[in-house]
Design a protein around this ligand. Sequence first.
Ligand SMILES: Cc1ncc(COP(=O)(O)O)c(C=O)c1O
Length: 421
Amino acid sequence: MATTSSAPNTLLLKIKNPSIFKTSTSAFHAFPMTRATAKPLSISIKCSNSATVVAPPTQDRVFNFAAGPATLPENVLRKAESELYNWRGAGMSVMEMSHRGKEFMSIIQKAESDLRKLLGISDDYAVLFLQGGATTQFASIPLNICKPEDPVDYIVTGSWGDKAFKEATKYCKPKVIWSGKSDKYTGIPEFNDLDQNPEARYLHICANETIHGVEFKDYPTPKNKSGLLVADMSSNFCSKPVDVSKFGIIYAGAQKNVGPSGVTIVIVRKDLIGDAQEMTPVMLDYKIHADNNSLYNTPPCYGIYMCGLVFEDLLAQGGLVEVEKKNIKKAQILYDAIDESNGFYRSPVEKSVRSLMNVPFTLDKAELEAEFVKEAGKEKMIQLKGHRSVGGMRASIYNAMPLAGVDNLVAFMKDFQARHG
Ligand SMILES: Cc1ncc(COP(=O)(O)O)c(C=O)c1O
């Protein structure tokens, strides 16, 4: 066992056989050993009155390119870890708190106010922390803001928009006014060419299609002057500034950019609340949730707490203008690598609407794709296989994917091409 001193009061131990801790103190039992057990493990032990075990070193984590649930900011995970057992002196974990107690109230209120700051959400909008995933919103939206006979328009730029449309057929009269299906969902329409119904109650878009990697860079305006723009922002939520005032409703599952799965965020203009169809289940009625500050029933407390930590982190980074700059840089590096590979790698998406978050790509030699994914996995870059419906590869590079992750991937891609090109 070698020892080095890395910081005041901190002793860094390099342990050749970490399995010894399996029979050691209970503090070490709580410590995740899985990935590190086969290798020498570095652990920092803080020398104070009571010894504290610090989280495992960064190099023990993988670069996780999953589309969601997805990678979370490492400092957020560490903060959550440090507060897991005893949240800020409350003597209990957030998981154990009453959702109506003062501690959790402070958590959800801070999460909401930080999200309002991040996106510049005015008091004209309610912010709801709900459950059921974005999928539940496919039904909640028409139920809350339409009558059964109301016409609504859907622009379908990928599988998620298509699912949202199909669900809406049960609760109103939706029409697909544009679909990218015949082009395998690789583009976004010209807004001027859209055949919008001037009576449509709302115009629905999926701001970023997670599977196909197609992202709206600007937003269409509903032809109906009193119509609403409604957007599924699940996979690019909080990845860039958005003018919320253009939208009637924005909704997003948290598990891509802002937290763990189990939390769905709905930002809804207040004047749209309170006119739901009679049959609307209580759990889908925005008024119930708005009147009860998202605490009508037991909310996903821990998930909301995690979202709050992510919002704090995004604000600390300088807000969404800064976050977007980083996202543009990461995406540029990856798309450049694809475009400069002389066709070895290909991006199917039209250049002007390529997603900053989800980057699907194929190999010219399709038979090498499985090998690519396998070799990348050995290099600790995981979840690069494309969605089962489209094949190929997909790198999801959400806010929390560090630049180093993209740099590593690009270096691997170049090396793979050199060996297989
Ligand atoms: C754009 C988009 N919308 C909706 C969904 C469905 O979300 P959930 O699984 O939270 O219901 C997803 C999930 O990946 C998504 O990417």
